[in-house]
Design a binder for this molecule. Structure first.
Ligand code: NQM
Length: 375
């Protein structure tokens, strides 16, 4: 016997995930995690007995529920399901999967389409932060087709604009969690940042790399991976993240001078596999480092020198292995303080499949669901 669970498979930005009504999943976290592991097919490198895509970027889950904040339309909890370990983590946000939340919220009755575009106020439960997503809704219906192009996804689709209202320091407690623009860990200069994603930014050259390697080349370099992981484990405590051996944050990002006319070139460890592009909030965080006086990006990133003036509003082009990621940032910098006023960007999303996923009933017999909300 198997238990059927209503689900929607969505591409959000350069990731793919399964979207659920919280009320369709078990209430207890342990059982919920067992169910998610079973339906994704984890732990198994190929996730052959589940619907996961055998990579962290395609082994993602969004759990959606009525808002618990009065300023939100919907609650969004992101869960990273490990591919090769029996682990489900709520320790990070995901800005790519987030791109699918607005369309899903409209189609599932959380928000009424108001005109050609509809704004949805999303509460990101992982970090208790707010984001406004704007979705194309001509004739009151979500339109997934359009002319927007994002690198890492073939073709074009409708744009989903994302404006982050308060993500700076949301996970680590401060935009600069260590209080410094640069720290030295294991002999390497690092800039630790949290503008929506805790990221440790390092110069690729300091690790003996050009920063222009392919993800496969970096993943094949066992000594590099070991060094990067050692730095991650060591610096996480200074970032208020505690012991992170089983966590997916902080992410580790190697930077180098731009090579394709952008602001900075990146290669991101998320944190063991190397990203084919870059995460959304990771890109926001790295872009912030580019505007930070005295960071590891100084002398590498190509940004206008006005970045050190008191009010900086600009577009940062983050180069990654499959193209560019454009982040719009507004920062206020004084001698003693740095404040992020606004972080915004464009993604696309697409509904791929809607139906039921199945888990063996010995994993979950379908009991203990919450009462279904009228959405
Ligand atoms: O940084 C991958 C992704 C992400 C996260 C990861 C993301 C973000 O590309 O907001 O989008 O870093 O694990 O989906």
């Amino acid at each position: 016997m198997q238990t059927a669970i209503p689900a929607t498979l969505m591409r959000g930005g350069t990731s793919r995930g399964v979207f659920f009504h919280a009320s369709d999943l078990p209430v207890g976290v342990d059982l919920r995690n067992q169910v998610l592991l079973a339906l994704m097919g984890s732990p198994d490198l190929r996730q052959i007995d589940g619907v996961g895509g055998a990579h962290p970027l395609t082994s993602k889950v969004a759990v959606l529920s009525p808002p618990t904040r009065s300023d939100a339309d919907i609650d969004y909890l992101f869960l990273q399901v490990s591919v090769d370990k029996a682990q489900v983590s709520d320790g990070q946000n995901c800005g790519n999967i987030l791109a699918g939340v607005g369309p899903w919220a409209i189609e599932n009755g959380y928000v009424a389409a108001t005109g050609d575009t509809t704004a949805i106020r999303i509460h990101m439960c992982n970090s208790n932060s707010m984001v406004v997503a704007t979705v194309n809704t001509p004739n009151g219906v979500v339109d997934y087709t359009g002319e927007a192009r994002i690198d890492g996804v073939p073709g074009t689709a409708a744009p989903v604009s994302l404006e982050f209202l308060d993500v700076a320091g949301a996970t680590c407690g401060a935009l600069l969690p260590t209080g410094n623009a640069v720290d030295v860990v294991d002999g390497i200069d690092v800039t630790c940042i949290d503008n929506g994603m805790p990221v440790v930014v390092m110069r690729a050259a300091d690790l003996g790399k050009s920063g222009y390697e392919t993800p496969a080349e970096l993943e094949a370099d066992a000594a590099l991976k070991e060094r990067v992981e050692a730095i991650r484990l060591a610096v996480a405590k200074r970032m208020n993240l505690g012991v992170v051996s089983d966590k997916t944050v902080p992410k580790m990002c190697l930077i180098a001078a731009p090579v394709a006319g952008g602001s900075v070139c990146t290669r991101s460890f998320i944190p063991q596999r190397v990203h084919d592009a870059i995460g959304v909030l990771a890109a926001v965080s790295v872009a912030t480092v580019c505007l930070l006086p005295g960071s590891v990006a100084a002398g590498i990133a190509n940004v206008a020198s006005s970045a050190t003036n008191s009010d900086t509003s600009m577009s940062i082009q983050v180069e990654h292995p499959s193209g560019f990621f454009t982040v719009s940032l507004s920062m206020e910098t004084t001698k003693d303080t740095i404040r992020v006023r606004r972080s915004a960007l464009l993604r696309t999303a697409r509904k791929l499949f809607r139906g039921e996923v199945y888990v063996p009933s010995h994993v979950w017999d379908g009991e203990n669901r919450e009462i279904h909300h009228d959405h």
